[in-house]
Design a protein. Structure first.
Length: 86
């Protein structure tokens, strides 16, 4: 989805969402490394909040913009998605 959304109208959104991916990975790495219960709980809460915000942006902002773009075939972009995520 992101390469298709990396256009003039949604490029900043996609750039922000890619940065969120990096932040999520960093938080998960931190969560894996901690043995402190408080740090684990707060890091897990941060992951959940960031993921929920990210999911909203994808489902309610990016995908509708891609659907509205006549140059984009959402069906083609999502082909194979079921095999990828199960």
């Amino acid at each position: 989805l992101y390469p298709a959304g990396d256009t003039a109208t949604t490029a900043l959104l996609v750039r922000a969402m890619r940065e969120e991916h990096r932040n999520l990975v960093a938080h998960v790495t931190e969560l894996k490394a901690t043995a402190d219960g408080i740090v684990a709980a707060t890091t897990a809460s941060a992951i959940l909040a960031l993921f929920e915000s990210h999911l909203y942006k994808e489902n309610d902002l990016l995908i509708p913009a891609l659907v509205a773009d006549q140059n984009v075939s959402l069906g083609e972009l999502l082909a194979g998605m079921h095999e990828l995520i199960g």
